[in-house]
Design a protein around this ligand. Structure first.
Ligand code: MGD
Ligand code: MGD
Ligand code: MO
Length: 770
């Protein structure tokens, strides 16, 4: 066996940009994960000098009874308690947090904010962990130490002086644990605002809205057991090998048991080829890889809805001669709106489906055959589907297709969104919602004795606009890196700078500390890997994964600095200072997080008796009514939708640009300038293009190009000198990396269905530079 050729491993992974090295592109033909990943991890650990603690921490990660939850993606833990269900990128995220480097007061004394503003984002985070609270001093243009008490007082005073609580906005990034989340929303609502934007507003807002409307349940209905028993898996708009690497195991196992795995993506990503499963020792030793795909469909950017309509059309056609093609009994008993949907499918012509999906009729029919022959199908999706104007309609079309064959409420079937941040789903469950349901607010009022505001608050896009207009004056960032993650970078910068006060609760230095309000605080917190000691002893915090499993996470490392506070403690401190007359027992909650969970048990749906259930070996699963065929919709049935197909074909001369992640980054955190599975080394300012589109524009391979986007309101944005990489991508489509390309995303370009920025569908023209 010519093993080494099978998987010779990564091109040397560099940690951080290497300015003197030439960018390179060499297509990747090896399996995902396997030895390439192992090699990359070893180098990363060595670089962070974590060869001893790193592996020990990893052994503790995601394990029942006493580990911490991987701070990476939201893919669920292995239900069989697999001890080595780890992934390259999870290890990077953990090690990133555990670095030995520190950013103390000496660092801030030595570097002014103006100076730091000239540093790269990589260099900022590479300084290590923040160690004590800092306040911005405009006189010296430096951050200076401040006591926790004074920091809380500054937040409290500024908030109390506002004319209205709606002049403050409280952002959440999806790593925040459930207990902190609960206290955070309680603080905002007791103050009197629902301005609770979160990263979900840029991520899966469309999924929540669509599933809620169709099924009355805003989450997916599948769990890992379903994934293990499906006959067909449809993976739409996910780069799983990089962003949900543990999904590779599920795909490989599906292939081995003879299930069909269909990938729908403009790019053939590494997860759509083959993988070596990292925990399969035999496979690793033998360099044996497994296929993770049976069919790849390179849909046009934004073309998923047309593709799904084509599948439905084919299934309905088939049903004319083969009644078993549809699950009529299911449709009659549980759904509403079938006749209208059937009529719509019949009225949609194949030429339109082909044009809008970018796929041939034969390709769509091939997928429809897979779907028609499978007893149990799961459709899974991520940002390739959500970050579009018609994201909600597309996800409703996913549900339409599933309903046709009764793929809901039974094992091995259903809708299964892949969430992003490790606790982004838990954040929403525990109250981070600018449009909170009435029932949640009622229970919050009863259990916590507050009068929560009833009108909707601002989301991410709304907050940026309101800060720009001067309507929001205080911004609190609970984790994340708002300045870089949000669209329209210069506009977002102006918005943040227009605030009276910006507060960032963070673990590492990032751009959002340098793009700040007139007053600014950096409040450093414990990370998930670290021990959180409170009065009652070592505390744990709960998190919810993509499949609604809630379990405890306990840190095991000594905190990076003795001045750090936990996120719940920081929130309680700010809340107490803001609300002097509050009857909420803020300090009492912090002494023992079980007390927070007792309140959550009364307020959060599905959290009844959570203190006991969360301590069960695998935690507990939040009940999904739609899984049990209970539909909390107005009709009490699952709703077919009948939205018209959007026109996603770019106008002549323009391209649809999707912004996405490389293999070596966590959202705004860049680990290196390599993108191994796409064959890229040492380059981030690039654009992947179809060869014919390049030729038509006189763009040379690796030649510099200028990219201009045109927004809805006609305004233009531009980046210059990006290098064009010829890639296997449909004509009319282009792709490149966030967050660099966020300058091309206009704030006005958000979905009217979900208010999500259109990060996967930026209208651009590309021309050779100079
Ligand atoms: N290592 C790592 N893991 C992560 C993250 C990270 O940054 N790094 N981020 C986390 C977060 S917050 C999230 S939300 C998830 C994101 O996970 P993904 O959704 O995988 O994120 P992206 O990198 O944006 O990749 C989008 C994928 O959609 C495809 N795509 C683009 N446009 C379309 C389209 O119109 N239709 C279809 N069908 N596909 C399209 C792209 O080719 C790409 O494969 O990952 C999470 N996990
Ligand atoms: N163009 C474009 N833009 C996008 C996207 C896209 O696909 N295209 N994707 C969007 C998506 S899906 C998302 S989720 C957002 C991500 O937006 P965010 O969640 O705001 O950004 P991150 O980069 O994940 O945040 C990284 C920072 O979080 C802090 N941090 C890390 N761990 C912890 C912790 O335990 N506690 C606290 N308090 N802080 C911590 C660190 O200081 C680090 O610098 O970006 C969005 N932006
Ligand atoms: Mo996300």
């Amino acid at each position: 066996m010519n093993a080494p050729e099978e998987d010779p491993g990564a091109p040397e992974p560099r940690i951080g940009p290497v300015p003197d090295e030439k960018p390179a592109f060499r297509p990747y033909h090896h399996p995902a994960a396997g030895w390439g990943a192992a090699k990359s991890v070893t180098r990363f650990l060595a670089k962070e000098r974590e060869l001893i603690d790193g592996p020990r921490a990893i052994a503790k990660m995601n394990h029942e009874n006493g580990g911490f939850d991987c701070p990476g993606c939201a893919w669920p833990d292995d239900i069989k308690g697999l001890k080595l269900d780890i992934c390259e990128n999870g290890i990077k995220h953990v090690t990133w947090e555990m670095t030995r480097k520190r950013v103390g007061r000496e660092f801030f004394a030595a570097h002014s904010v103006s100076e730091l503003s000239g540093w790269s984002d990589f260099r900022l985070e590479d300084q290590g962990r923040l160690t004590e609270p800092m306040v911005y001093d405009p006189e010296s243009d430096h951050y200076e130490p401040i006591s926790w008490k004074d920091a809380f007082e500054l937040v409290g005073r500024t908030l109390r002086e506002l004319d209205s609580p709606d002049q403050a906005s409280f952002y959440t990034s999806g790593r925040l644990g459930n207990e902190a989340t609960f206290l955070y929303q309680l603080w905002a609502r007791e103050l009197g605002t629902n301005n609770l934007p979160d990263c979900s507003n840029m991520c899966h807002e469309a999924s929540g809205r669509a599933l809620q409307a169709a099924l009355g349940t805003g989450k997916g209905t599948c769990d890992l057991k379903d994934w293990e028993s499906a006959d067909a898996l449809f993976i739409m708009g996910v780069n799983a090998a990089s962003n949900a690497p543990r999904m590779l195991t599920a795909l490989a196992e599906a292939y081995r048991r003879g299930a069909q795995v269909v990938h729908v993506n403009p790019l053939v990503e590494a997860a759509a080829t083959r993988t070596i499963i990292p925990h399969d020792i035999a496979d690793m030793a033998m360099f044996r890889s497994t296929r993770t795909s049976t069919l790849n469909l390179q849909v046009r950017i934004g073309g998923d809805m047309a593709f799904l309509r084509g599948v439905a059309k084919a299934v309905l056609k088939q049903a004319e001669t083969d009644p078993k093609a549809l699950d009529r009994e299911f449709i009659d008993r549980y759904t509403d709106g079938f006749d209208a949907y059937r009529a719509l499918c019949e009225a949609t012509g194949w030429d339109e489906i082909e044009r809008q999906s970018g796929l041939s009729r034969d390709a769509v029919l091939a997928a429809a055959r897979v779907y028609g022959e499978a007893d149990r199908s799961i459709i899974s999706w991520c940002l390739g589907v959500t970050q579009h104007d018609h994201g909600v309609d597309t996800i409703r079309e996913i549900v339409n297709v599933l309903l046709l064959r009764g793929n809901l409420g039974r094992e091995g079937a259903g809708p299964s969104p892949v969430r992003g941040h490790s606790n982004v789903q838990g954040n929403r469950t525990c109250g981070i919602n600018h449009r909170p349901p009435k029932e949640f607010l009622d229970r919050l009022a009863d259990a916590c004795g507050i009068e929560p505001p009833r009108e909707h608050g601002l989301d991410t896009v709304g907050t940026i606009r309101a800060m720009h207009d001067g309507d929001v004056k205080v911004f609190v960032g609970m984790g994340g890196n708002f300045a870089l993650a949000a669209p329209d970078t210069p506009y977002t910068y102006e918005s943040l700078r227009n605030c009276d006060l910006t507060v960032q609760v963070s673990t590492k230095l990032n751009r959002s500390h340098l793009v700040h309000g007139r007053k600014a605080l950096i409040l450093p917190c414990l990370g998930r890997t670290e021990k959180d000691e409170q009065r009652a002893g070592l505390q744990s915090t709960s998190v919810e994964d993509s499949m609604s499993m809630v379990h405890l996470s306990v840190g095991m490392k000594r905190p990076a600095s003795r001045h750090l506070l936990s996120e719940p403690a920081i929130i309680a401190g700010m809340a107490r200072a803001t609300l002097p007359g509050s009857s909420t027992p803020w300090e009492w909650y912090i002494e023992d997080y079980d007390r927070i969970r007792d309140s959550m048990a009364q307020v959060v749906e599905g959290f009844e008796d959570c203190n006991r259930r969360v301590r069960l070996p695998l935690g507990f699963r939040i009940r999904q009514p739609a899984r049990e065929l209970v539909f909390l919709t107005d009709s009490g049935r699952a709703e077919f939708s009948t939205a018209p197909l959007p026109d996603v074909v770019p106008e002549p001369g323009t391209l649809a640009l999707g912004t996405m992640r490389s293999h070596d980054q966590w959202n705004t955190t860049i680990y290196s300038d390599n993108d191994r599975y796409r064959g890229i080394r040492n380059l981030r300012t690039l654009v992947f293009m179809n060869k014919d589109d390049m030729r038509e524009r006189g763009v040379e391979e690796f030649g510099p190009v200028d990219i201009t986007s045109t927004a809805r309101d006609g305004s233009r944005r531009r980046v210059e000198g990006y290098l064009a990489v010829p890639y296997d991508i449909p004509r009319g489509c282009a792709a490149g990396y966030m967050p660099e390309m966020n300058v091309l995303c206009a704030l006005v370009d958000y979905s009217t269905q979900s208010d999500q920025p259109l990060m996967k569908h930026v209208k651009v023209t590309i021309t050779p530079s100079g």
